[in-house]
Design a protein around this ligand. Structure first.
Ligand SMILES: Cc1cc2nc3c(=O)[nH]c(=O)nc-3n(C[C@H](O)[C@H](O)[C@H](O)COP(=O)(O)O)c2cc1C
Length: 304
């Protein structure tokens, strides 16, 4: 199958996680080597540290050494607008630099405003982000991704109208940054932010709902947020996603070693094959038209 014109051996993306500190190099290297061998796509974590502060570029650049079939550079939407007067921002030149650092094929721009609201020192200015994304989308292929709260149809339409080429939904059901930041805020004695983290712990759109909302737009959609097995990958494809993405599902393996990371990815692929066999789907395309039933908490969302 292909994603953004790049041929993958399996419809799987390791979504952006890390970079910007010394130990991240080993994790990114394990991920890149395994992604190259298994033939899946990968992204790195926010490259803000490298492109705006010159910090630890090697923790990202190690990815460039591996023939990963599709690589995503990564920048946060809050870094596109000045958060404080005179602060440097990511524009087309910095976006290109982020891509060149890892040999990326596309730029993932992440939307993480929920996380920023729970961080005591969070970047909370969003005004102007949409037009800055449009500016980047004119010069490089942009994938817009969430970080755990999902993307709604109106937001996806607004991004599509500004030239975004693909989406990574990252809905609720997986890693919750409100939860992660709740604990960090509590540790730092930031009581108000800790409360906000608790209140908005599971804020957002469930991953399957986000896929169903935006797949009809016709742009490639990566389903992510809680993908932990090859059966989850199969479910995502049946709902209309182009590929499925996981971050939290491979983090432990990537922190352990290359063999563990490769085994985890191969297990996802194997389980996807099992689901295809059991549904009589000879190809990923056929799986996409397999009938499905929506149950549980997702169901009421679709009757809104
Ligand atoms: C440790 C960790 C760090 C992350 N850092 C980033 C990041 O820098 N940029 C980004 O776009 N997403 C980041 N994410 C979000 C993931 O790409 C993904 O959207 C989210 O975790 C949901 O997927 P999951 O449930 O499989 O973890 C991070 C996730 C994890 C677990």
């Amino acid at each position: 199958m292909t994603l953004l014109g790049h041929r993958l051996r399996a419809p799987i993306v390791i979504t952006g996680m890390t970079g910007g500190f010394p130990d991240a190099a080993k994790i990114n290297e394990n991920l890149a080597r395994a992604a190259a061998e298994v033939g899946v796509a990968m992204g790195v974590g926010s490259e803000r540290a490298a492109v705006l502060k010159g910090q630890y570029p090697e923790s990202y650049a190690c990815v460039a050494r591996f023939p990963v079939p599709l690589k995503f550079a990564n920048i946060g939407a809050p870094q596109l607008v000045p958060q404080h007067p005179g602060e440097p921002v990511v524009g087309p030149a910095e976006a290109r630099a982020a891509m060149e650092l890892i040999g990326a094929d596309a730029l993932a721009v992440h939307l993480n405003f929920l996380q920023e609201m729970v961080q005591p020192e969070g970047d909370r200015r969003a005004k102007g982000c949409l037009e800055k994304i449009a500016e980047l989308a004119r010069v490089v292929p942009v994938l817009a991704k969430e970080t755990g709260a999902g993307i709604s149809r109106p937001v996806a339409e607004a991004l599509r109208d500004r030239g975004v080429k693909a989406f990574d939904v990252s809905g609720t059901g997986g890693t919750s940054f409100a939860a992660v930041e709740h604990y960090r805020a509590a540790e730092h004695g930031a009581e108000r932010e800790a409360r906000v983290g608790k209140t908005f712990w599971d804020w957002g759109i469930p991953s399957p709902v986000s896929v169903l909302e935006i797949a009809p737009l016709g742009l490639p959609v990566v389903a992510s947020g809680g993908v932990r097995s090859g059966l989850d990958v199969a479910r995502a494809l049946a709902l209309g996603a182009t590929a499925a993405g996981t971050a939290g599902g491979v983090l432990r393996a990537a922190s352990t070693g290359f063999e563990e990371t490769k085994r985890e990815l191969e297990t996802l692929v194997h389980e996807l094959r099992v689901a295809m066999f059991l549904t009589g789907s000879r190809t990923v395309e056929e799986l996409r038209s397999a009938p499905y039933v929506i149950t549980g908490e997702t169901r009421p969302w679709l009757r809104r």
